[in-house]
Design a binder for this molecule. Structure first.
Ligand code: GLA
Length: 391
C-alpha cells in the first residue's frame, strides 16, 4: 500500500473519529445521574423510577435524555473476565431496553484503575472487553473515573509527574479507542477532578466532557467555589468537548431557591453538562421549574457551543457573559454577597448599543433598558440572568 494511500486512510479515520465525537455531544449532555442523591444505594428500581419521572415530569422534553448509573453497579467478572452487574442490577440489558423504550439513553460508570472510587471493579486491563459489554447492553454514555488508577500511576511513575500524567492520558485514550471500536456512539466523560489541566488534552484523548473540579456537595459554599473557579476555561470548550464542573444539586435540599437558580444559571453560562442529581420521583414544583426553564436551558444548549466567562468582579458582585448564536449574549449578574443589592448593567459594557432587546430569563419577561442601562435588585446568593439580543 502506498504511503499516500495510507495517509488518506489515516486522515479519513481521524475525521470519522472527530465527527463521531461531535455527533454524540454537539451540545452539552443533559440528563440525570444517580450519585448525588442515591450514592451507593442506587438500584435498578431507582433508575427505572428516574426514567419514568424524567418522562412524566416533562424533563425529557426539556432536553434531559441521559439516565446515568454512577458507581456501585459493578459485580465480579466471570471466568472469561466479563464484567457482570451486581445484585442491585439484575439485568443491565433489560434495564437499557426499558430506558430506551422511553426515548431516553442509558449511561454507566467505570474506572481506568483496578478499582472505582467506591472500591468496586474497574476496567484496568479489561478496557476492550468492557467497552464491548457496554455496547452489547446498549449503553450510551460512560463516566470514567480516575480514582483507582492513581495507585498505578504512583507505582509505575516512581513519583515522576510527567510519567504519571502520560499514564493517565494513555488510560483515557485506551478506553476511547475501545469505545470507538464498538461502533456504538457512546458519550465519553472523563472524571479525574481536573488533574494535569485535563481541559488542555481531553479533546485529543477522546473526551466529550471532562470534570474540571473535585466533587460538588449540596451546599452553597461548595457550589459557589466550584462554579466561580471556572473563569478562564471557556476557550477549551467547543461542540463535542465540554468542561464539566460536576453534576447539579438542584432539588436536593441543601440550598434555597435563589441559590439553586444561581447554580443552574452559572452552569448554563458555563455550557456545562446538565445532569440533574436529585430524586426525580419526589420533586417540588419549584425544583422542576428551575430544572426545566426553557430559556435557561437554551443558554446552556445554544448551538454556537461557546462557553461563557467572567467579564468583571467587584467584591461579591460579578458579571459573566456567554455568546449565543445570532449575535445575542446571555449576561448573568451574580450577587455572591450576604445582602440583596442593586446591580447595574451598562449595555455598552457587553457590546450592545442602546435599543438592544433584554429578557429576564428566570422571570420570562422583557426588561427595558433606560439610557443604555438596567438596574435590578439581585437577591443575596442570587442572579439576574438576561438574554441580550441586537435590536
Ligand atoms: C468520584 C466522582 C463522583 C462519583 C464517585 C463515585 O468521587 O467524582 O462524581 O462518581 O466517585 O464513587
Amino acid at each position: 500500500m502506498s504511503r499516500r494511500f495510507l495517509s488518506v486512510i489515516a486522515a479519513f479515520a481521524f475525521l470519522t473519529i472527530s465527527a463521531f465525537a461531535q455527533e454524540v455531544a454537539a451540545t452539552p449532555p443533559m440528563g440525570w445521574n444517580s450519585w448525588n442523591h442515591f450514592a451507593d444505594k442506587v438500584t435498578d428500581a431507582d433508575v427505572r423510577a428516574a426514567a419514568d419521572a424524567i418522562v412524566s415530569s416533562g424533563m425529557r422534553d426539556a432536553g434531559y435524555i441521559y439516565v446515568n448509573i454512577d458507581d456501585t453497579w459493578e459485580g465480579d467478572r466471570d471466568a472469561s473476565g466479563n464484567i457482570q452487574s451486581n445484585k442491585k442490577f439484575p439485568d443491565m440489558k433489560a434495564l437499557a431496553d426499558y430506558v430506551h423504550s422511553k426515548g431516553l439513553k442509558l449511561g454507566i460508570y467505570s474506572s481506568p484503575g483496578p478499582k472505582t472510587c467506591a472500591g468496586y471493579e474497574g476496567s484496568y486491563g479489561h478496557e476492550e472487553q468492557d467497552a464491548k459489554t457496554y455496547a452489547a447492553w446498549g449503553i450510551d454514555y460512560l463516566k470514567y473515573d480516575q480514582c483507582g488508577l492513581v495507585d498505578v500511576m504512583e507505582k509505575e511513575s516512581g513519583g515522576d509527574r510527567l510519567k504519571a500524567f502520560a499514564i493517565d492520558k494513555a488510560a483515557y485514550e485506551k478506553m476511547h479507542k475501545a469505545l470507538v471500536a464498538t461502533g456504538r456512539p457512546i458519550v465519553f466523560s472523563f472524571s479525574q477532578a481536573g488533574w494535569y489541566d485535563v481541559w488542555a488534552w481531553a479533546p485529543e484523548a477522546g473526551g466529550n466532557a471532562w470534570r474540571t473540579t473535585g466533587d460538588i456537595h449540596d451546599n452553597y459554599a461548595r457550589m459557589e467555589s466550584i462554579g466561580f473557579s471556572q473563569a478562564g476555561l471557556a476557550k477549551y470548550a467547543s461542540p463535542g468537548h465540554w468542561n464539566d464542573p460536576d453534576m447539579l444539586e438542584v432539588g436536593n435540599g441543601g440550598m434555597n431557591a435563589d441559590e439553586y437558580r444561581m447554580h443552574m444559571a452559572l452552569w448554563a453560562i458555563l455550557a456545562a453538562p446538565l445532569l440533574a442529581g436529585n430524586d426525580l420521583s419526589k420533586m417540588s414544583p419549584e425544583t422542576l421549574s428551575i430544572l426545566t426553564s426553557k430559556d435557561v436551558i437554551a443558554v446552556d444548549q445554544d448551538a454556537l457551543g461557546k462557553q461563557g466567562d467572567r467579564l468583571w468582579a467587584a467584591g461579591p458582585y460579578e458579571v459573566w457573559a456567554k455568546p449565543l448564536s445570532g449575535g445575542a449574549k446571555a449576561v448573568a449578574l451574580f450577587n455572591r454577597g450576604e445582602l440583596a443589592s442593586p446591580m447595574t448593567l451598562r449595555l455598552k459594557d457587553v457590546g450592545f448599543a442602546q435599543g438592544a432587546k433584554l429578557r429576564d430569563l428566570w422571570k420570562g419577561s422583557e426588561v427595558e433598558a433606560k439610557n443604555g442601562q438596567v438596574t435590578a435588585l439581585v437577591p443575596s446568593h442570587g442572579v439576574l440572568l438576561l438574554r441580550v439580543s441586537p435590536q
